[in-house]
Design a protein around this ligand. Structure first.
Ligand code: FRU
Length: 474
């Protein structure tokens, strides 16, 4: 199945041409949301990294701006400008902080990529790298940390104007960590503390850290490259959040709870920003490194970011909901109330590949409930809920992709007596599922031809459902 330009998602950000991985520099600056991204403008595969750049006023429609960073300075002329972030300076300029990577000859003659942190300063359109780069190197880390894995700075301003940044780094014992740095002016940085270590729990090496206050708690969010112990949550790239408290005087982070951020297949490299109205909004790469080879032939762009989500904390857990800007583009509504479902049925008007669909299943005597999306005779992606185990399973085995990549994931959705509410965002090549008001999410890329636009419902036993679907006016 080829992803032709006509199949470009309607409200998920994609690169105009070329390759995208992590979103970078997610920020609100000069009246617009900025989303930069790991970018190869020349091909639909990863290569020395540039920073693509797009802006939006509603987080749904993105306007392309010129490439913001290219691997062209002595500090980053190897594999390029890796992930990083953005904040505003006192003089109104925008400060980008990113990982600059050079290939360096080692004493044994071997070439290896060295990771350091650099900055670039700009006006929202053009960015310049100062000659002082890099601003953080292995020398700034405590003894015992590697120069090969030290990356992905997430930067913010403290209330007193201090610049803070969290990065990931790798201790010589092979265990990843998240480290905090500070600076008075954005140029001169120093190490403050190690906030948290993997300790062979919750992954080995981490990537793309973020550290932010949320509803009276402090969240450290990051992406384990591989889950450890194996089998916990699931293996492969993932995003977890430690929810806890932070003592700003001693710089001590105390974790109280840990949560898997998405139980689906394609979700990685999260980054958050504060909206002008105080909302904490998160974006992410709608993919992981595990399945980027499943690429349509002849596609000119590859990669997309999620529909940004608002974050809240309830009962010690992070809830995720699609940004409310999506409600403003709700078009034609189709509504079916209290329909009894047994064998597979469809409901009039409920279909499509670009939609915002909410299905509520009443508590009752059903053994399992299945929702089929992007369906035709040969394809579907299913969501199945088992009220006895509270497992929600996403299965894209019939979504038209390669056989040898991950197609099925399950996660636990806390519900009472089998009551279930699924809000599903469909956008041509993806589905994002928000279960029970964002208590759990599941995200996946799907490869299904666009003509497969059916939606069907089925229950083992008898389920009473209500379905509400909005077309989206984009
Ligand atoms: C995460 C990541 C980052 C790195 C970037 C390189 O997906 O591996 O750690 O900065 O991608 O493109």
């Amino acid at each position: 199945a080829a992803i032709s330009p006509a199949e470009r998602p309607a409200y998920h950000m994609t690169p105009y041409v070329g390759w995208l991985n992590d979103p970078n520099g997610f920020s609100y600056y000069k009246g617009k949301y900025h989303q930069f991204y790991q970018y190869n403008p020349y091909d639909v595969r990863w290569a020395p990294m540039h920073w693509g750049h797009a802006v939006s006023t509603d987080l749904l429609h993105w306007e392309y701006l010129p490439c913001a960073l290219a691997p062209d300075s002595p500090a980053d002329n190897g594999p390029g400008c890796f992930s990083g972030s953005a904040t505003e300076m006192d003089d109104g300029k925008q400060l980008l902080m990113y990982t600059s990577v050079i290939a360096e000859k080692q004493p044994n003659g071997e070439m290896r990529d060295i990771q350091t942190q650099s900055i670039a300063i700009g006006d929202g359109l053009d960015y310049e790298k100062p000659a002082c780069n890099p601003v953080l190197t292995q020398k700034d880390l405590p003894e015992g940390f590697s120069k090969f894995d030290f990356r992905d700075p997430k930067i913010w301003r403290e209330a007193d104007g201090t610049y803070s940044a969290v990065t990931v780094c790798l201790a010589e014992d092979g265990s990843g960590a998240a480290a905090l740095f500070q600076s008075k002016d954005g140029f001169d940085w120093h190490f403050v503390t190690v906030l948290e270590r993997c300790n062979n729990q919750y992954g080995k090496m981490w990537e793309c850290p973020d550290f932010f206050p949320l509803d009276g708690k402090q969240v450290l969010m990051l992406g384990p490259m591989e889950m450890l112990p194996k089998g916990e949550f699931h293996n492969g790239h993932n995003v977890i959040a430690f929810i806890g408290s932070y003592d700003e005087v001693t710089h001590t982070f105390t974790k109280e709870n840990v949560q898997l951020m998405d139980g689906g297949i394609d979700f990685y490299a999260t980054q958050t920003t504060l909206a002008p109205d105080g909302r904490r909004i998160m974006t992410a790469w709608l993919q992981t490194w595990s399945d980027t080879e499943d690429k349509p032939q002849g596609c000119k762009w590859f990669g997309q970011t999620i529909c940004p989500r608002e974050l809240h904390i309830k009962d010690g857990r992070i809830l995720q909901t699609p940004v409310r800007e999506l409600d403003a583009v709700h078009g034609k509504r189709t509504f079916h109330e209290n329909v009894t479902v047994q064998s597979e049925t469809s409901l009039e008007g409920i279909k499509g590949r670009v939609a915002d669909l909410t299905v509520t299943v009443q508590p009752g005597e059903y053994r399992s409930f299945t929702l089929k999306l992007a369906a035709d005779a040969d394809h579907h992606t299913s969501l199945t809920y088992d009220p006895y185990t509270s497992q929600l399973t996403l299965d894209r085995s019939y979504a038209g992709s390669r056989a040898d990549i991950v197609h099925r994931r399950s996660c636990k959705v806390r519900s009472q007596n089998g009551a279930l509410k699924l809000r599903i965002l469909l956008d041509k090549n993806s589905i994002e599922v928000f279960a029970n008001d964002g208590e759990q999410t599941m995200t996946a890329w799907i490869y299904t031809p666009q003509s497969a636009d059916g939606i069907a419902f089925a229950a083992d036993g008898e389920a009473t459902i209500t379905a509400e679907q909005f077309e989206l006016n984009l």
